[in-house]
Design a protein around this ligand. Structure first.
Ligand code: 13P
Ligand code: SF4
Length: 303
């Protein structure tokens, strides 16, 4: 099956992008594996005509916003994001009417329509820099993840109006889970995704999105043990890239169900049929693109 995927990828002039939470075999067949920000950038600079996005819908939509001339395939159309589903464009518009001076920052885990209604986007990797970039004196409406918004507020000291949304996978982790895992691996460091609850982040040695976790792990000395508080799909790459270190999931139920829907069979079928394709209506796309471009500009100016 892998051979057939590789052949078809060449015939279709396609690139396969996989999020760090994908199944190990899907990560291994991909040309690039990364976090939301890295994959957006790779999609934007891809030379190929076709992008096969192994992730969830908002990620494929982001690729379609950035590259309208390419065919973007999401192998499993039902692969959504429960966090992105907590916000609609109409709710964001209403919130803006309540806070006319506020700047709306949309986490990339939102629909294209919500991004189009926002001033700028951010990812878990740059949320703090993006919130800091907002002109002082303007509150920030942070859509969609409450925990990430609260973390960015804490790190910047800025006034952030929080959205009542959270990721069911990350929000399910408790401080007691971390303490229990620490009692089994007392020597281990804890790395946690900022979508986790504040009391979990308080127990972490390092808080970062998945790309930041991989970078942090790479810097640790051989023999380091690490407890990972995010979807356990990222442990595949952590182990592969750091064979001299030990990685353990903080809990066994840290699994995003929709990130695991995509199988090798789905990737193959998608390349065979060139379906399902993801497109974004042009008026929405142009406004969503503006918010994404502003995010990219923040990143470039702050290095
Ligand atoms: P990253 O951008 O950190 O990979 O996270 C994406 C995500 O969906 C977290 O739940
Ligand atoms: Fe969405 Fe949570 Fe899955 Fe990330 S882990 S894709 S935030 S449901």
């Amino acid at each position: 099956m892998v051979r057939r995927i590789v052949e078809l990828k060449r015939d279709r002039n396609a690139v396969i992008l996989a999020h760090n939470y994908q199944r190990p075999e899907v990560q291994d067949v991909a040309d690039f594996t990364g976090d939301s920000l890295e994959l957006s950038r790779l999609a934007a600079s891809a030379k190929q005509d076709v992008i096969v996005f192994c992730g969830v819908r908002f990620m494929a939509e982001t690729a379609a916003i950035l590259c309208p001339e390419k065919r973007v395939l999401l192998p499993v159309l039902e692969a959504g994001c429960a966090l992105a589903d907590t916000a609609t464009a109409m709710q964001v518009w209403r919130m803006r009417q309540l806070h006319p001076l506020a700047v709306v920052v949309a986490y990339v885990n939102t629909s294209a329509a919500v991004k189009a209604e926002s001033d700028l986007c951010c990812t878990s990797g740059n949320a703090v820099e993006v919130v800091r970039s907002v002109e002082p004196g303007h509150p920030v409406i942070f859509v969609s993840d409450r925990n990430l918004g609260q973390y960015a507020a804490r790190m910047t000291g800025r006034h952030v109006i929080l959205w009542e949304g959270s990721c069911p996978t990350h929000a399910a982790v408790s401080a007691a889970d971390i303490r229990r895992a620490k009692s089994k691996h007392p020597e281990a460091q804890v790395i946690a995704h900022p979508e986790c609850r504040p009391e979990v982040l308080d127990l972490a040695d390092h808080v970062a999105g998945t790309a930041g976790m991989l970078a942090y792990a790479a810097e640790q000395p051989p023999g380091t043990a690490v407890l990972v508080a995010t979807d356990l799909g990222v442990i595949h790459r952590l182990r592969k890239e750091n064979p001299d270190k030990a990685f353990f999931p903080a809990t066994d139920y840290l699994v995003c169900p929709t990130m695991k829907l995509t199988t090798l069979e789905d990737v193959l079928r998608s390349l065979e049929t060139m379906e399902p394709g993801i497109t974004v209506e042009e008026a929405v796309r142009v406004n969503a693109r503006r918010a994404l471009d502003r995010m990219m500009a923040v990143r470039e100016t702050s290095g």
